[in-house]
Design a protein around this ligand. Structure first.
Ligand SMILES: [Zn+2]
Length: 495
């Protein structure tokens, strides 16, 4: 199939994207019990036939300039969809099992997906360990065989399309040198190594988690949860704080017709905030279940960063620039908004924390753990995504990487479950670095309380208008004339 009607392909791709995103919204918001992706793939199956995928890649290779850029994004979409198609049964089965399986501890039963919340709220470290061990047993016995099947099917699909291995495929599809990125993020690990213990240990103690040396992965949800900081982070204040913060930037959330805030209670609604974007910029959902606690505020602000980014994209842009492209961009704005929840001026204005120091100290320690964890994930995922990795060795390699970076005792069992598809890890890592550039520039231009400046809002909206036409590095060069510098992130985390 040499020829392809690209305009038709784009239209149908946009329809598929809308259907899939809306289905996820309805299911996760608790408005629809089943997640039914099979009929959506079935309806649009010709998008992901190998010949169609090959034709998009061929068209990309023939094109130049903006058309080539668009077709690069479309090629990623096509390959990603083909893999989604080939692994759709495994995805549905995993979702079904995760939603229905129960973990038995102390004679009681806990839903598989509820274990994370239970871990965050369990003050006793031994009980956390038991809970996590019971969940990990289910993961190892029931879910890992399906994860492995999906893993092998994806590799097979990429090989059929002519790639030696996934690392190679995604480096090309993302137009990113993943090994160069790994070298830069290994430098972040090295630069934050010396101060890791002195930053982390006091915060672990405050959150009721054991110190490094005795710390286990099962303690981390409790540490991130930071129940000792709950006081002012009241669930009833979440949405008003968001509305007021956006007003500070000149954005009227209530009047935004394209953003639906779904704060209704429903029994099967997922407890974590999320953003869904069936149509950009016309149909954006911000979904929350306002429970309160600092991490809930962070999650809501993170997702609001995505929602505002997508809601402000120029409707005239091509489908590829509105929906596809480098997610490092949208994640950077999500981190920027999330960061407000640890900004002294913002805390004083919106939460009324008397002394912001404990919040700031916890936020830095938590971000340090997360960034180091993702640095380790990239190194590991590159090993796993290489040609013919020794699969029997990979669970141990996973543990070694994660344990070295976090210095928490780490189980091997998540060696497939903890892998984001398509090296999304590269988006998060670059977004953490990019967010530091954004925040520094906003403070320099609009002052410490930039988030109360309508001019800062206008500046952000100008960046958001472009969608994800430009990659994170390109957008930074265009907006600030700077180069993405991971040393700024490392300095902020360990300074
Ligand atoms: Zn995000």
């Amino acid at each position: 199939m040499g020829d392809i009607d690209l305009e038709r392909y784009r239209d149908e791709a946009e329809e598929f994207t809308a259907d899939l995103s809306r289905e996820h919204y309805l299911h996760l918001a608790g408005r629809k019990p089943e997640l039914e992706v099979e009929p959506i793939y079935e309806r649009h199956r010709r998008l992901f036939e190998p010949a169609a995928v090959a034709a998009v890649r061929e068209a990309r290779d023939r094109a130049s300039g903006e058309e080539r850029r668009r077709l690069r994004f479309l090629a990623y979409f096509a390959v990603d969809g083909l893999i989604g198609m080939r692994t759709r049964l495994e995805s549905e089965e995993l979702a079904r099992l995760e939603a229905s399986l129960e973990v038995t501890v102390d004679g009681g039963a806990v839903g598989y997906r509820r274990v994370a919340t239970r871990l965050a709220n369990e003050p006793d470290a031994d009980r956390r360990l038991q809970l996590a061990a019971a969940r990990d047993e289910v993961l190892g016995e029931r879910l890992n065989p399906i994860h492995l099947e999906a893993f092998e099917r994806s590799r097979e699909a990429l090989r059929e399309l002519g790639w030696r291995d996934p690392a190679d495929a995604y480096a090309e599809l993302r137009d990113l040198d993943l090994h160069a990125l790994a070298a830069r993020t290994q430098a972040v690990l090295a630069a934050t190594e010396d101060r890791y213990e002195s930053i982390l240990d006091p915060e672990l103690a405050r959150a009721g988690a054991p110190p490094l040396g005795r710390l286990r992965r099962s303690d981390l949800p409790r540490f991130f949860r930071a129940a000792h900081l709950d006081g002012p982070f009241d669930g009833a204040r979440m949405l008003p704080a968001l509305t007021a913060s956006l007003a500070g930037l000149g954005i009227d959330l209530v009047a935004q017709a394209n953003v639906t805030v779904d704060a209704d209670e429903r029994p099967t609604k997922t407890p974590r905030a999320f953003c869904a974007t069936p149509r950009v910029p016309e149909e954006v959902y911000l979904v929350l279940a306002p429970m309160g606690g600092r991490t809930d505020f962070e999650a809501l602000f993170h997702e609001s960063g995505h929602a505002q980014h997508y809601a402000h994209v120029d409707a005239e842009l091509a489908f590829e620039y509105r929906h596809l492209g480098d997610n490092g961009v949208t994640e950077s704005f999500a981190f920027l908004f999330e960061g407000l929840v640890a900004d002294p001026g913002w805390l004083a204005a919106h939460v009324g924390a008397a002394d912001p120091a404990p919040v700031l100290a916890h936020e830095r320690a938590a971000r340090l753990v997360m960034v180091r964890r993702y640095c380790a994930k990239l190194a590991y995922e590159l090993e796993l995504g290489a040609a013919d990795p020794p699969l029997e060795r990979m669970p141990a390699r996973y543990r070694e990487h994660l344990q070295a970076a976090t210095r928490a005792e780490w189980p091997e069992v998540s060696w497939l479950d903890d892998v984001d598809s398509g090296f999304y890890v590269a988006c998060y890592l670059r977004a953490w670095a990019l967010e530091v550039h954004w925040r520094r520039a906003l403070r320099e231009r609009f002052g410490e309380r930039w988030f109360e400046s309508a001019e800062a809002g206008a500046w952000l909206r100008a960046a958001w208008r472009e969608g994800q036409r430009l990659a994170a590095e390109e957008l930074l060069a265009e907006r600030l004339g700077e180069e993405l510098d991971f040393r700024l992130l490392a300095a902020e985390l360990s300074g």
